[in-house]
Design a protein around this ligand. Structure first.
Ligand SMILES: N[C@@H](CCC(=O)N[C@@H](CS)C(=O)NCC(=O)O)C(=O)O
Length: 229
């Protein structure tokens, strides 16, 4: 096995700002120094398999030698372990419950729908795009109902929050998806979601952590060519 990194806080991730980018964003938000280990998901390291034998996925946060797994669990761990502000989750239990509900909806419904678009073609892809748009509509309506008059993507001081960090994955890289794959967020069908994502893209920390557009386009095109051939 490769030598274990010896920093107190280590993140195993991938560069393409997929789900693993969430952990780096949360650590940067809190100002916690960390060592980053880039994983080649086509050739996973023994260390990754050692730390995450169940899912064999990134992100993995290793804190003082102990692995914490699953991005949503890791975000909560970061907030609970480093208790100083900015807080990533709201303090009030009902508000926290609503945020967790919509974060789960994003991960369980919206992200799989984006994957389906990437892995399909022709009419199947058209149908998948339509399904994503419907799910985004449910998300738009639910968020507006649950958080009237305020954005759950930022806290009162303008820091990106738990739900903002979650939605950043995939959504904030939409220009690369539009160029390399297909239109996944339509300004006609889901203008509200698009405006939320564009405001997240303006957040300095997110700007700093977004993957390079051209590099991501190349990667997505290569992926498309491979799976659709
Ligand atoms: N539910 C997991 C999903 C993590 C995930 O999908 N990671 C992807 C990269 S974005 C991965 O490691 N894929 C490798 C594989 O599926 O073999 C989380 O939230 O942490």
């Amino acid at each position: 096995m490769e030598q274990k990194p010896n920093s107190e806080v280590v993140v195993f991730g991938t560069w393409a700002n997929s789900i693993s980018g969430r952990v780096e964003l949360a650590l940067k938000l809190k100002g916690i120094p960390y060592e980053y280990v880039e994983e080649d998901l086509a050739n996973k390291s023994e260390l990754l398999l050692h730390y995450n034998p169940v899912h064999k996925k990134v992100p993995v946060l290793v804190h003082k030698g102990r692995p914490i797994l699953e991005s949503l669990v890791i975000l909560e761990y970061i907030d609970e372990n480093w208790t100083f502000p900015p807080k990533i989750l709201p303090q009030e239990p009902f508000e926290r419950a609503k945020i967790r509900f919509w974060a789960n909806f994003y991960d369980q419904k919206i992200i799989p729908a984006i994957y389906t678009i990437g892995g399909s073609k022709g009419q199947e892809r058209e149908k998948a795009i339509e399904e994503l748009s419907e799910l985004l509509g449910v998300f738009e309506e639910g968020i507006q109902k649950d958080f009237p008059g305020k954005s759950p993507f930022f806290d009162d001081d303008g820091n990106v929050s738990f739900l903002g960090i979650v939605v950043n994955s995939y959504a904030c890289s939409y220009p690369a998806f539009h160029e390399a794959v297909a239109m996944i967020i339509s300004s006609e069908k889901n203008p509200t979601f698009l405006s939320w994502v564009n405001s997240l893209r303006e957040c300095p920390l997110i700007k700093e952590t977004l993957p390079d557009h051209d590099r991501l386009v190349d990667r997505l095109k290569a992926f498309q060519a491979r799976i659709l051939s």
